[in-house]
Structure formats: structure tokens, C-alpha cells
Design a protein around this ligand. Structure first.
Ligand code: SF4
Length: 82
């Protein structure tokens, strides 16, 4: 039996430079906010609908979120096993 875990994803949005690297690498989890031009968590993964910075994603998306976290030029995407 495979037990699915979750990964907590946090974006330090204040420091986002809006280059869309995470969105291009992992659009299932990251999207651009049209108002402030910064990355945010796609609504379906948000822990709190009003908190654009924090998501809890299925670990089937681990490679996707990892590639985004590793490629973010300002290293503001944090991952944590949840
Ligand atoms: S890769 Fe980093 S700096 Fe670029 S949009 Fe995503 S969170 Fe912002």
C-alpha cells in the first residue's frame, strides 16, 4: 500500500521578483498574482484561501515543487514534509 504524504510549500512573497521561473516549472502549484506581479500558491492547495503564500500539496508533486524551489533565483520557496 502506498501512503501519500503532503508537502508544505511556502513562498516569501515580499521578496518575490516576479520572474515566473516557478510558474513555468510547476504551474500545478504556482501562479502569478495579476495585481502585485508576484508568485502565489494555486487556490486548490492553499491552507487558508486568503493566505497566498502557504500550500499543502500532494507528494506526487514533489519533483515539481523541488525544481521550482531549486531554481528560484532568490531562494524564497521553502519545502517541508508535512
Ligand atoms: S521563482 Fe522565485 S522570484 Fe521567481 S516568481 Fe517564483 S517565487 Fe518569485
Amino acid at each position: 500500500m502506498i501512503i501519500m504524504g503532503k508537502i508544505k510549500v511556502t513562498i516569501e512573497r515580499d521578496s518575490c521578483i516576479g520572474d515566473m521561473v516557478c510558474v513555468n516549472l510547476c504551474p500545478d502549484v504556482f501562479e502569478m498574482n495579476p495585481e502585485d506581479g508576484k508568485s502565489q500558491i494555486v487556490a486548490k492547495w492553499r491552507v487558508d484561501p486568503n493566505d497566498l503564500s502557504t500550500g499543502l500539496v500532494d507528494d506526487s508533486l514533489e519533483e515539481c515543487v523541488k525544481s521550482a524551489a531549486e531554481s528560484c533565483p532568490v531562494s524564497i520557496i521553502k519545502l517541508e514534509k508535512a
